[in-house]
Design a protein around this ligand. Sequence first.
Ligand SMILES: [Fe+2]
Ligand SMILES: [Fe+2]
Length: 435
Amino acid sequence: MPSGFEACDDGTIVRVDAAACAPIDPSDYTVDPNCAESELSTCSSHEDCTEGVGICTGSGSYESPCACRYSCETDADCSGNSICMCALDIEFGGSMGRCIPADCSTNADCEDGFACAMARFDAGCGMEYSMACQTPQDSCVTNDDCVGDVETGGCAPNDETGVWECIDYTCSIGRPFTVAGEIVAASTKGRRDWVSASAGVDAWGSIVAQVEPMSAADRRALRDYWLRNATMEHASVASFARFVMQLMHLGAPPSLLQSATEAMQDEIDHAQRCFALASRYGGESLGPDRLPLGDALGDTSWLAIMEAVIVEACIGETLAALEAGVALEHAQDAEVRETLAVIARDESRHAALGWQTLRWALSGADGKTRAALRARFEAAVARARQDALRGASRTGAESSLEAHGKLSSTRRCRLVVDGLEEVVAPVAASLWQAA
Ligand SMILES: [Fe+2]
Ligand SMILES: [Fe+2]
């Protein structure tokens, strides 16, 4: 059955027409018996998957709890800007159709001579697929064009310009703002009010200091790096705003609310400092666009709120504090050093607030609830570890940009693995014991 997707000689996968994918038969897929046993699973048989044609898949283990995965047959089965990627004979392609983000549907949507091509890249948080038109300005065509550069996770279109380039292998850490399991952050635009008055930028956000001479590529890499940190810090403000509401919903004491609102102020400061650095390296004042909220409050059950505390604070901010500390050891630029010192200090305090909240919540929980939360905690640590191990296994030259705060991917991934083992796990162990 034709899928509409075609592989070119150079390895590019393009979409020539929007054909329907072969339908799947759930009975071809066996369900792991552990699915029914595991507390983390959200299904135990295919019959539990009622939102379309789907299968219950996973091994039921911490690393892979069972969940429904739905297949698609045509683009009409996918919402918004996404299309149905048929089961393809490519690495990690999967054995059933799935919806992937797309800026184009077929080659006909693109300029003459340019295809609607598939990007397959791993920015450190798992394999991602998307479709976009190739452009005359592209600096790469396939992932092979990016091999040899340890900092890249593949050839993909730039979010802002749409031009295909070798993208950074770096999955931001810090307190993420998650909505329905996805990390959410604002996109960026030129504006001055989010740029803090610092050594390189005046009170109105204009660039007054130049960075030392460096290549255009390095400057761009540093601008992008600090911009990503800036949008993550900016999203942390929303994460804390939600956290305050969640704490109130759980009947928390005033001391926790006080610390949470203070932390929100810290995150505004972090965002402004990072936007200032991005603006200085980029040579223009940059700030956030509107933050998408979606269903940000989501599940307000005790377990869901505590899971967010674990992922965002206990793991996210503990690792962010460690990363800022290690980056500070290698940084030389004065403004970068000051920013990293402030972030390292504040993030440790935010991580402590996360652990404190967990301790307070556990003190009122029964044995069964504690066990359920512990299972979610261990699953979250396993996921973070797996992502980091994949990155740490890539070896290569150290980043030449560490003087400007950007750690090499391998150092960063190793730091995550060590931090989970040496800091997160022991703190958690003492907490479960005390509870
Ligand atoms: Fe922060
Ligand atoms: Fe933080």
